[in-house]
Write a protein that binds this ligand. Structure first.
Ligand code: BT5
Length: 269
């Protein structure tokens, strides 16, 4: 069914608030018209808005894609949405935010429509190899830190451009798909994947543990079941093994042993 066989001018209102179900949507705003939902979310982010802020609009006067391209959508036809994220990622990994939102959106569409969604690098969502949604991630870096990332997503729900490479959910599903249902599914899938946007949680556990480990940098005597080793504790491996460098600069990894700390050297006067 072609996209224009179904009218997009259906009564399918977006909500003015969403049920509190976690981080996403706890701060929420709907606008009939904005320049771009990403602009609204970025201004709010700069003013200190919390992670999870969700901005939706019926219409954008300056909806944009990547590299200054336009994102087309008639009033009320799409789910136009921007999400504010504040992940503790190094700026070099900011692209993960777009990956995360694209994945959550693909799952949300599948949950609501049962249609299989594929991703095209970097972050296009495709149904039957036609673009149904696009993702635009815009980040703000302060010093060597990622302050925030605003990820905008536009999903063609009731309309798509008159272009064989584009599709809408209504056209693909052969029915009128609810934008509100899609929005709630998106928020739920964002919630589900959010922990994985952080540096691997297990690495964070190890880093926190390592931070308290008095052993590192100290001269140690290591007594294992068979051998005794003297040296300096220089690190911990991912599996928890202690790395000890001996007097000849050879590194040994110790797993089961008793470690005695040599007294720390008195500070030089
Ligand atoms: C994207 O860019 O695909 C990112 C689109 C992000 C839009 C959302 S809407 C909410 C938020 N607020 C914004 O202002 N933006 C985000 P890109 O990969 O550069 O693709 C843009 C290209 O896709 C255009 O040059 C057109 O060729 C095509 N296009 C434009 N509108 C389309 C639509 N509705 N459906 C499919 N393709 C479209």
């Amino acid at each position: 069914m072609a996209g224009d066989e179904l009218s997009w001018n259906v009564r399918d209102p977006l909500p003015s608030s969403v049920p509190a179900c976690g981080t996403f949507g706890a701060a929420f705003a709907f606008y009939p018209t904005v320049s771009s939902t990403n602009d609204v979310a970025r201004s709010a982010a700069a003013a200190g808005a919390p992670e999870g802020l969700t901005i939706v609009a019926d219409e954008q006067t300056e909806g944009r894609g990547r590299h200054g391209r336009r994102w087309e959508s008639p009033n009320g036809a799409s789910l136009l949405c921007s999400i504010l994220l504040r992940p503790s990622l190094p700026p070099a990994l900011a692209a993960r935010a777009g990956i995360y939102v694209a994945l959550a959106a693909a799952e949300a569409i599948e949950a609501v429509t049962d249609l299989p969604v594929a991703l095209k690098w970097p972050n296009d969502l495709l149904i039957s190899e036609r673009k149904v949604a696009g993702v635009l991630a815009e980040s703000d870096i302060v010093g060597d830190r990622l302050d925030f990332v605003v990820v905008g997503i536009g999903i063609n729900v009731h309309w798509h451009p008159d272009d064989p490479t584009a599709i809408s959910l209504d056209a693909a599903a052969g029915r009128v798909v609810s934008r509100k249902e899609l929005l709630l599914a998106l928020l739920a899938h964002l919630e589900r994947w959010r922990p994985y946007l952080e540096p691997a949680p297990i690495d964070r556990l190890l880093a926190a543990w390592r931070g308290r480990l008095i052993t590192l940098g100290r001269a140690v005597v290591v007594r294992g079941p068979e051998t005794t080793l003297e040296g300096t504790a220089v690190g911990v491996e991912a599996n928890g093994g202690l790395v000890v460098r001996d007097a000849t600069d050879v590194e040994h990894v110790v797993h089961a042993a008793d470690v005695t700390l040599r007294p720390a050297r008195a500070p030089e006067r």
